[in-house]
Design a protein around this ligand. Structure first.
Ligand SMILES: [Zn+2]
Length: 90
């Protein structure tokens, strides 16, 4: 099973941003970034969390490992459902 301490559910994405300074170069299209964000859905709402550059790679790894772990659990659940239908669940 996937290590609970490494579990991180969400979607990692990168985005370019415009800052609040009126005279910044980003106002003429030279946007800042790319910055990394993690979008997380839970408790009926979604949140987007900024991911510092130094943590971007490890965050992506944890999200991907969590996705694979959940896909595996879904697969195992399907097998167990089939076993239950055949009354062979142990
Ligand atoms: Zn700017």
């Amino acid at each position: 099973m996937h290590d609970p301490a490494l579990t991180l559910r969400g979607a990692v994405h990168s985005d370019l941003r415009q800052c609040s300074s009126e005279r910044c170069r980003c106002r003429s299209g030279e946007l800042h970034g790319p910055y990394t964000y993690l979008s997380v859905y839970g408790d009926g709402r979604s949140r987007t969390v900024y991911v510092p550059q130094a943590l971007a790679a490890v965050t992506s790894e944890h999200v991907e490992a969590t996705r694979r772990g959940e896909a595996l659990m879904a697969e195992i659940s399907q097998v167990n459902l089939e076993l239950l239908r055949r009354r062979a669940l142990r």
